[in-house]
Design a protein around this ligand. Structure first.
Ligand code: ADP
Ligand code: MG
Length: 476
């Protein structure tokens, strides 16, 4: 019987190699085997959940984050406490938002993230009120980002020169705004002393220098044109101002892109670093550094520590490293590595690809989490990364992405809740209506980040009605 059965099956399936093994007591052993597999899977599931639990924040924890942010804000604003503060709360010398009567042609530079851009911006008032922009994107090679300051600024001026030629504007002198999205100490609108590089920049000889001077010196070295640098602007401030042009309630700016940061209109009486009590000034919070004092250590996980340790600025920008595009993919990769090492994923086999830093880009978090993507496509993304996965693996990877992005959005929401509640209290209001201008690719393209962030703000600041307005190229 057996011989005939084997022969028939093999004949019917010539493309398959089939082995027949006799079971010894299949029903008895089998029951145990089924139970054992279920046990193993359950134990693995439990082990993974235990690891992921550390990344899931309760309402109480988020409230705590909000309160700690509030405390750090006070420290940054206070004259006595500013020097030691980690959230620097930098005065920007921007004291009013647009009223719609502004007009003119301006040049703008946008440096501080993935792309460097030069722009010509035409602002019109009256009947044809609006903003028209022309821009060109330039790459900044890593050797220049991490070379000398002179090389960096020479490169910037080279790009400006190219842009002016491209626009047929050589020799035209326009007022220039410089969006420079790194922490700067300002004593004037047209001055910005770089406190420290972040987000992958590390050019030497810039920290402690006025970036307007560095730019002017580079312009002089080139001896080709002159520019009137009127303003140094943080991208958060640019975003708030752009959205403020559309919506007068917009008094907060938020960035969730390569890095994360926020600004808002603070009462002058609270901006202790600047003389004067009347009116308001926009404060660039530099909230990315929240936690650098150790005040978030209880919620940071081993994965956050691992990402931080291998970054260009270990120990710095701890909040940013839990939220923004430059780091989320790395957090996910570290978790996947850990799971694999423990035999909880990819059948316990760690590939060289998985060990490669930066291989898991944050855009994959968005792709993997898009609702329309079937798991098969998650697998194809993993395959593209050189990771052989089973269907179960892809479910796990998707869950890791969800947990990491959700935590990022909630933390960002907790920070934002602290900001809007402070504005409300500043004004002695029981209820505040306010708009937040937002920019940044992670916020704009991730399928769930914005929803989770909005919900968190609502839960943590019930006395504020917060609207979010996406800026269209706020930095430019
Ligand atoms: P920047 O902050 O540098 O001015 P962006 O706002 O464009 O520029 O943000 C760039 C960051 O956005 C990158 O670090 C990248 O990780 C992240 N990113 C790019 N595409 C996506 C995407 N589809 N989903 C989520 N994040 C993305
Ligand atoms: Mg940007």
């Amino acid at each position: 019987f057996a011989r005939r059965l084997h022969k028939t099956v093999r004949k019917l399936l010539p493309d398959c190699e089939i082995r027949f093994i006799r079971s010894e007591d299949g029903s008895g052993k089998g029951a145990a085997m089924v139970t054992a597999v279920a046990y193993r899977l359950a134990a693995q599931h439990k082990a993974r959940q235990k690891i992921l639990d550390a990344l899931k924040l309760s309402h109480e924890q988020l409230l705590e984050v909000k309160q700690r942010m509030r405390m750090e804000m006070e420290n940054g604003l206070g004259k006595e406490t500013h020097a030691e503060a980690t959230v620097k709360m930098l005065p920007t010398y921007v004291c009013s938002t647009p009223d719609g009567t502004e007009k003119g042609d301006f040049l703008a530079l946008d440096l501080g993230g993935t792309n460097f851009r030069v722009l010509l911006v035409r602002v019109r008032n009256g009947m044809r009120r609006g903003v028209e922009m022309h821009n060109k994107i330039y790459s900044i090679p890593v050797e220049i980002m991490q070379g000398t300051g002179e090389e960096l600024f020479d490169h910037i001026v080279h790009c400006i020169s190219d842009f002016l030629e491209y626009m047929g504007m050589k020799g035209v002198s326009l007022p220039l705004g410089f969006t420079f999205s790194f922490p700067c100490q300002q004593n004037n609108l047209d001055e910005g002393i770089l406190l420290k590089w972040t987000k992958g920049f590390k050019a030497t000889g810039c920290e402690g220098e006025d970036v307007v001077n560095l730019l002017k010196e580079a312009i002089h070295r080139r001896e080709e044109f002159d520019l009137d640098v009127v303003a140094v602007v943080n991208d958060t401030v640019g975003t708030m101002m752009t959205c403020g042009y559309e919506d007068p309630y917009c008094e907060v700016g938020l960035i969730v892109g390569t890095g994360s940061n926020a600004c808002y209109m603070e009462e002058m009486r609270n901006v202790e670093l600047v003389d004067g009590e009347e009116g308001r000034m926009c404060v660039n919070m530099e909230w990315g550094a929240f936690g650098d004092s150790g005040c978030l250590d209880d919620i940071r996980t081993e994965f956050d520590l691992a990402v931080d340790e291998l970054s260009l600025n270990p120990g710095k920008q701890r909040f940013e490293k839990m939220i923004s595009g430059m780091y989320l993919g790395e957090i996910v990769r570290n978790i996947l590595m850990d799971f694999t090492k423990r035999g909880l994923l990819f059948r316990g086999r760690i590939s060289e690809r998985l060990k490669t830093r930066g291989i898991f880009e944050t855009k994959f978090l968005s792709q993997i989490e898009s609702d329309c993507l079937a798991l098969l496509q998650v697998r194809s993304i993993l395959q593209h990364l050189g990771l052989e996965s089973t269907c179960d693996d892809s479910i796990i990877v998707k869950e890791v992405c969800t947990v990491v992005a959700r935590r990022a959005a909630q933390l960002c929401g907790a920070g934002m809740a602290a900001v809007v509640d402070k504005i409300r209290e500043n004004r002695g209001l029981d209820f505040l209506k306010v708009t937040v201008g937002v920019d940044g690719t992670l916020y704009k393209l991730h399928p769930h980040f914005s929803t989770v962030m909005h919900e968190t703000v609502k839960q943590l600041s019930p006395k504020c009605d917060v609207s979010f307005l996406q800026s269209e190229d706020g930095s430019g």
